[in-house]
Every structure is written in structure tokens, then in C-alpha cells.
Design a protein around this ligand. Sequence first.
Ligand SMILES: Nc1ncnc2c1ncn2[C@@H]1O[C@H](COP(=O)(O)OP(=O)(O)OP(=O)(O)O)[C@@H](O)[C@H]1O
Length: 453
Amino acid sequence: MENQNFSILVVDDEKNITDLLKDILEDEGFNVDVAFDISSAKEKIKEKDFDIVFLDVWLPDGEGTDLIPFIRENNEITKIIMISGHANIPIAVKALKEGAYDFLEKPISTESIFAVIEKATKEIKKDLEYIFLKQQQTKDIEIIGNSPPMQELKKQIERVAKTNAWIMIFGENGTGKELVAKSIHFLSDRANKPFVDINCAALPDDLIEAELFGYEKGAFTGAVSRKPGKLEIADGGTLFLDEVTDMSLSAQAKLLRVLEEKEFTRLGSNQKIRVDIRVISATNKDLDKEIEEGRFRQDLAFRLAVIPIHVPPLRERGQDIILLAEYFLKKSCIENKIEPLRLSDDVKKALLRYDWPGNVRELKNLMERLCIFASGEEITVEDLPPYIFKGKSPSGRKKIEIKPLKKVREEAEKEVIQLALEKYGRNLKEVAKVLDIDLSSLYRKLKQYNLEE
Ligand SMILES: Nc1ncnc2c1ncn2[C@@H]1O[C@H](COP(=O)(O)OP(=O)(O)OP(=O)(O)O)[C@@H](O)[C@H]1O
């Protein structure tokens, strides 16, 4: 941010002071306005957003501090710098307590103006970066879905958000684990502090310490400047360890040590740093199996998974599939400046029947593609890729995994019924006959598997 982008208001009834500040600050390229009393200052503040306000302690129509709440209401990051004679220092100190940023003592020297302005502009740049980051982070945390498992998940999120407990989120790829982690963070008391995420799967073993703890300049070849670690950046906030079970055993040992001791040192430094962080981790693996087979430390698992949260796969969320599809379609149309598109009824049925091995991420990507390539106002079955109708993933192969037999039976039943429906053109009597069940059981199963017309 260049100086000309900063707006400064000088509020003082002594013309020699307003002239001095205006001259010096304008020479430095700042944008400067002047007011001689509280009421004209208020008018100016209503019209324009000021980054910095120089404010005299005494003004003809009241105390300068009276203006502080008004400035705060208009812009919470404005830096207020009180101007005070030596006798009024106690008032300036009181102003600091009420939200002023600093004060200048009369007679004002050029050096003191430069010093205070440099400090304030640096702070504003930091505030703006933080606000930008926060907006980026909060923008995408709406969790769409009303199905019973999602209602239960949302309740759980609200319950745990208010606690400080460490959480491990379980779920297949693309189910929304990161979204759940962010939503817990932004509902918690830590919401105004950073949410810092680390993808443990992508972190090479020799970089983990530098990434977590940071380093001092010259700590190792390539450390050209000092860099804070993710633990330090997350101080006061939440650290999200994505794909935590993909960490190597030696990295797990290092992480465990810090989590137990709650302090660490930057590489190349002896100074201990203490942090206050909440850890949320996530995995798409079966944690018990990872422990049993020696790939994940049990002591670390105990620490991280104080509260387990399970995010259901998309295929178990019924009508949420349509809600999400319409949501992503609308979003893509807006982002790509395309007229709104609808899904035909047959498309909805096909989406409900498909098993979504890539979960919400797969649905989101499909909707983005459909939005860009759609030929009319309505998306029809002809627009869908063929694998959607086969109930198979794009790779064409179904993954076999160990799961409760009840689930295996249900999935197999769904597939056979789907096939029969396609083959007999939804002649339900015929379908019931070939499946050797009565019509009422067939209706029940169609409902259970979302296969109704
Ligand atoms: N219920 C939901 N409502 C809205 N968007 C969602 C929902 N669930 C997931 N998404 C979106 O789907 C995408 C994938 O979600 P996310 O990255 O949170 O999944 P994940 O389980 O962490 O994936 P991975 O296991 O690959 O790390 C993201 O763009 C996310 O915003």
C-alpha cells in the first residue's frame, strides 16, 4: 500500500499544528484533510473513510476523546493518534485505554511525526491483510445439507465448537472434512485468530520441523531469512492437520513431543516459544487399523482424537445430493457469468442413483463442468457423462472394501434393482416378478434407496 492510498484527518484548533502536520504528511504523499472542531470532524468522517486521525485532546466544542467512539463505529481499524500538551498527558493516557493508538506530545517534532506514522501505517497494512485473509477463509464455510446424518453432524459441530477439545474428523475423500474443521473454528471463541492448515501427506519428512517450528536466518542452507512456523502462526487459533495418518513415524514423534510440552524452539534458536493452539485433525483412513498395523502411534491418536466426528459419504445423504448439486450449479453459473441453469428431473434421478465415490468434491466438479458445457437452459441426461448411469466411478472399477455385511447387501440390492428398472423400463410389476418379491416390498425398497420416479 503506497502512501497516497492512506487518508489522514487532522483535528486540531491550532492552525500552526494543522499546517505543520498537513505539510509534512502531504510531502510524504499522504492524503490529508483538516478539521478544527468535533462537529466538522464528524461531518468529514461521515463522508470519508480515514485510516489515521490525529486528534487534539482539547477542542472548542468538547474533549477530543468524545470523538473516539464515533471514529470506532465508522471504521474499527482507524488508528487514532492523540495530540497533547505536556500537562494533558494523563488525558492522552486515558484516551489510549479508550481505543486511541498512540499520542504525540507538543511541541511536535518532525521526527516524532515520522516515527508514529511509520508505526501506524505498518499496523494498518497488517490489519488489512488479516481482514482479507479472514474474508477468504470465512467465504466458503456454508455447510449445505438437511438429511438426518447432516443434521446430526451440524448439531455435533455446534456442541464441540464451544469447547476446547481436540477433534479428529473421519470421512472418505471429498466428504467435506476440511469444511467441518473450518466451521468448528469459526463457531469457536478462536474465530478471530488464524485457522492454519497443514497437509501432512504433502509434507516431506525433512521439512516438517521447519514447517511446524519455523527457523532463524542461517539455521540451514537456504534459510535466507527468518520464518515463523505454522505453530506460531496458529497461536490462539486452530491448527488443522489434514491427512494426519499419512505422516511418517518420525514426524509423528516430533509432533507428539511439541503437543505434550506445548513449547518449541525455532530451528537455529534456543528461545522457547509457548503457544496456545487447538488441534483439529482429519483422516480418510481407519485409525484403529493404522494403529494395529504400526503406521500410526497410539499415544498420538489418543491426544488428537479426544472427540471423533464422522462425516458421512455423499451416497448416504439422500436428497442432499440434489440440494448440493443445485447449490454448486448456481455458484458456478454466477462465477462464470452464465444464465441460471436447471437440472431436469431425469438428471436428478440419475444423480440420486449414482454412488459418488469422490463424494461432494466429485459432485462439485461435475456441476462446474456441466455449467460450462451446458447447451440450453436445462441440463438433461444427454449432458451427463455415461459412468453416472452405471453407478460406477470414472475409473470404471468399483473399490472393494471391508464393511458391515448389512451395508454390502443393501448396496448390492440397490444395484440389482437399478439394473432391473432400466431393463424393464420401470414396469414395476415386471421388476417385482424378476426380483421375486411382492410389489409392496419393491415400493419400500425404491423409497429406501432413493429410486422412486
Ligand atoms: N456440505 C457441504 N456444503 C457445501 N460445500 C461442501 C460440502 N461438503 C463439501 N463441500 C465442498 O466440497 C469440496 C471438498 O470438501 P473438503 O475439501 O472439505 O473435503 P475433505 O473431506 O477435506 O477432502 P479430502 O479428504 O480430499 O481432504 C470443498 O470445495 C468444499 O467446500
